[in-house]
Design a protein around this ligand. Structure first.
Ligand code: SF4
Length: 243
């Protein structure tokens, strides 16, 4: 049976999800439940916005191939590794056409199938949302172990990674935790870039539409001073911060 991907949506000229101008495909389904999620409408695996074969998705990529020459294709989510067969086939088509491939993931799923996807991936965009296992679970509802295993695996296969860290006041801005996070991340040679992302109130209406309580409604955006503090801590461990 032909592989089909459940796709939430796509964006032809993305500039935030990897180098250059990119075609970004947002996959349906996510096993995490991040308190600050902007894309709660991607959570459900049963929602069927668009169902595309890898070739059909690639046909969309091909329409903008001239524009994404400096960039490439990013598969994001949701969690794209919930649908490894689809991403694998799509990335193979991209590689055959000399198009750069990036995978935006929480690192939650590492198995034989997702390892095959990584073979076809040029760059991994990995969120390490916290370093404290209890606080990670509070933020995401899942265990941190998988993500730690994931980055360790990237190191063994020498796969370049950009790491993202969302600063949420009261949740992920504790100095001692930030030191632990930076110390941990700085041991990996595959980490080519670290992005510090300030929490913003976005997508709150989507939580309401889902009938879920949005717990961060009173959480402010971090101050410039607190972002600077995070930056300074990360820099003190030699992390390649991009401002
Ligand atoms: S991993 Fe991304 S899509 Fe999934 S819950 Fe977290 S922020 Fe939302």
């Amino acid at each position: 049976m032909e592989t089909k991907g459940h796709v939430h949506s796509f964006e032809s000229f993305g500039t935030k999800d990897g180098p250059g101008i990119r075609f970004v495909l947002f996959m349906q389904g996510c096993p995490l439940r991040c308190l600050y999620c902007h894309n709660t409408d991607t959570w459900s695996t049963s929602s069927r916005n668009k169902t595309l074969s890898p070739q059909e998705a690639f046909n969309e990529v091909a329409k903008v191939k001239g524009f994404i020459r400096s960039g490439g294709v990013t598969v994001s989510g949701g969690e794209p590794l919930l649908q490894p067969e689809f991403v694998l086939e799509l990335f193979k088509l991209c590689k055959e056409a000399n198009i750069h491939t990036a995978l935006d993931t929480s690192g939650f799923i590492l198995n034989d199938k997702t390892k095959l996807v990584l073979e076809q991936t040029d760059l991994v965009l990995l969120d390490i949302k916290h370093i404290d296992p209890v606080k990670y679970k509070t933020l995401t509802s899942v265990s941190l172990d998988n993500t730690l295993r994931f980055i360790a695996y990237l190191e063994t296969i020498n796969k370049p990674a950009w790491i993202r860290y969302v600063v949420v006041p009261g949740y992920s801005d504790d100095e001692a935790d930030l030191h632990q996070w930076a110390k941990f991340v700085s041991q990996f040679k595959v980490v080519k870039r670290v992005d510090i992302l300030p929490f913003h109130q976005m997508g709150t209406n989507k939580w309401e539409e889902l009938g879920k309580k949005y717990q961060l409604k009173d959480t402010p955006t971090p101050t410039p001073e607190s972002i600077k503090m995070v930056e300074n801590i990360f820099l003190s461990y030699g992390l390649p911060i991009v401002k």
